[in-house]
Design a protein around this ligand. Structure first.
Ligand code: F6R
Length: 592
């Protein structure tokens, strides 16, 4: 959470920083700020609210500085306010710092600095970094940063500039993401690749414990002891077009429509990178899938596929819960970390926990070069491209494709299964043809206060995911439940004011789900069903019916999830909410 950007080069830094911050805004949007060095002076501008507030405040201030840093904040320590917005400076305003993550021992450091007479101006942990660097500065920014870093504990990334050395930015990575962008006569630092994609596709992904020292002329990387490192430059295959809205009202809608491509690219990417995996699922005692949020829901579906095709027991665990458990993980386990960003701190720590205990770790990630990608033994990349909307959509379906690929890896009819999987993108396209039906339903139900989502077997995680999508972008209370469990409690909630979304493809549990729909109808609940096109029985039983193309049982999640994404999208959009940046959320969760 929080986005960092840094630029040093031949251009005026301000527009580049603001453009980068807009592309990073999905990481947090409580406040934003920039610092520039101009004529030997430090200029700092910050505002509470979104980047557009900062941009407005800069009208009529034509700053020309060619080195600067910027920040968009998701508050952890200190409420969202101008004082707490980044960049933070030392007392003399000679050093400015932008920071993502948490300095865990900041209180101890703050007390120490205060006892030396330093006056703090914010309630943030970040400010200690600025004061520590100023205190340790002796003519060389890198040296001062190395000394400051020795004192810091926690997971963080930060960038610092100083008036004493205009043209130089030092960036530090320890737990939170930071990449270096390599340009011609200019160089960049950013929390995420899309922020710098309009300017360069050449990047160096910093590892934990690494420091980048950048000037317009060059980039040097060191470890925390100051030893120079040689790092590989990666050329990113995405381009800026895929990070823009391309005529859609919101990124989320664009990303929903990109799903056929995201799934197709993922399947083709996995097949062409060699369909033989370097391990056998069957050689493990169990598979442990670890993830958060939407990625966790993908994991629940992956479990059912792996158990069916590979006959290996699978457990799916929330990373935040797993981390503090005493789970007996060993080398007999395969630990699969599913993460779009590859930076979610809980998932990352879970991977480390598993590795320390000798488990083989497999990552399923979208962001190439992210921490989880680098720290796992093997990675299946989802080729969904950058996802900007905070609510995950296309990366969810791409994760499903990767999990299906994994599950089918040792099945005797693997080729047939993959052929079926290759038909999925066109099935998703057909599903999108009925988007209008979903929009009308959204119009009718957008004022409801609660929703229940039901499904069984593969449709249960889809119900959970549908409810999560609605909650996070429309702020309407929604609960996902296994349809068969409803009679053990939640059925008491049902009355004529309760819309009940039921995911009911014609699969092994279809008849059972139909019985659950009858139970809802008897209690006057309003059934909105998602089922195979032509299913007249389901249509008759439902207040509203959303058709999806009939697919093989195992592939139904790829089509049934799409109308639920659209339902959440249209409700939130009609309510006039900020679909791409819902309140209180951030795309990448790098705090516990
Ligand atoms: C919901 C959503 C989140 C993420 C979760 C994990 O739409 O996007 O629930 O799925 O924060 O993030 P990753 O997959 O990056 O580890």
């Amino acid at each position: 959470m929080c986005g960092i950007i840094g630029y040093t080069g031949k251009e005026e830094a301000l527009p580049l920083l603001l453009g980068g911050l807009e592309r990073l805004e999905y990481r947090g949007y409580d406040s934003a700020g920039i610092a520039l060095i101009e004529d030997g002076k430090m200029i700092v501008e910050k505002r509470v609210g979104k980047i557009r507030e900062l941009v407005r405040s800069l009208w009529g201030k034509p700053y020309k500085g060619k080195t600067g840093i910027g920040h968009t904040r998701w508050a952890t320590h200190g409420e969202p306010s101008t004082e707490n917005a980044h960049p933070h400076t030392d007392e003399k305003e000679e050093f400015a710092v932008v920071h993502n993550g948490i300095v865990e021992n900041y209180l101890e450091l703050k007390r120490e600095l205060e006892s030396e007479g330093v006056k703090f101006r914010s309630g943030t942990d970040t400010e200690v970094i600025a004061h520590l660097i100023a205190k340790n500065y002796n003519g060389d920014l890198l040296e001062a940063v190395l000394k400051a870093v020795e004192r810091l504990r926690g997971a963080f990334a930060f960038a610092v500039i100083t008036v004493h050395e205009p043209g130089r930015i030092v960036g530090v990575k320890q737990g939170s993401p930071l990449v270096v962008g390599i340009g011609e006569g200019e160089n960049f630092l950013a929390s995420d690749i899309p922020a710098i994609l309009p300017y360069t596709r050449k990047v160096i992904a910093l590892g934990d414990g690494e420091i980048a020292d950048i000037t317009p002329e060059g980039v040097n990387i060191y470890d925390f002891s100051g030893t120079p490192l040689t790092k590989e430059i990666t050329v990113v295959p995405w381009d800026i077009i895929s990070a823009e809205k391309a005529g859609f009202k919101h990124f989320m809608l664009k990303e929903i429509y990109e799903q056929p491509k995201a799934v197709g690219d993922t399947i083709r990417g996995l097949i062409s990178s060699g369909s033989e995996l370097p391990f056998s699922l069957k050689s493990f005692r169990r598979v442990l899938i670890i993830a958060c949020g939407t990625s966790y829901h993908a994991g629940l579906i992956g479990k059912l596929w792996i158990e069916k095709y590979a006959q290996v027991p699978v457990e799916v665990v929330f990373a935040s819960e797993f981390r503090y458990s005493d789970s007996p993980v060993s080398e007999q386990d395969l630990v699969v970390a599913v993460s779009q960003s590859g930076e979610t701190i809980d998932t990352k720590f879970a991977v480390n926990y598993a590795r320390e205990r000798g488990a083989y770790t497999l990552a399923i990630v979208n962001v190439v070069g992210s921490s989880i990608d680098r720290e796992s033994d093997y990675t299946l990349h989802t080729h969904a491209g950058p996802e900007i909307g905070v609510a995950a959509t296309k990366t969810f379906l791409a994760q499903l494709a990767a999990l299906y690929f994994l599950a089918s890896s040792e099945h005797p009819q693997k080729e047939r299964l993959l052929e079926e999987l290759l038909k999925v993108p066109s099935m998703i396209e057909k599903t999108l043809e009925d988007a209008e039906i979903v929009e009308k339903i959204a119009q009718k139900y957008m004022k409801m206060k609660d929703f229940l989502y039901l499904g069984r077997y593969l449709s249960y995680p889809i119900a959970l995911e549908g409810a999560l999508k609605l909650k996070e972008i429309s702020y309407i209370h929604a609960e996902g439940y296994p349809a068969g469990e409803m009679k053990h409690g939640p059925i008491a909630l049902i009355d004529e004011r309760m819309p009940v979304v039921v995911v009911a493809p014609q699969d092994r549990v279809y008849e059972k789900t139909i019985s659950n729909i009858e139970e809802v109808r008897t209690r006057k609940g309003k059934v909105i069903s998602v089922g195979f096109r032509g299913d007249e029985k389901l249509e008759k039983l439902s207040e509203e019916f959303i058709p999806v193309p009939a697919v093989e049982e195992d592939l139904s999640p790829f089509v049934t999830s799409v109308p639920l994404q659209l339902l959440a999208y249209h409700i939130a959009s009609k309510l006039g909410l900020d679909v791409d940046q819902p309140r209180n959320l951030a795309k990448t969760v790098t705090v516990e």
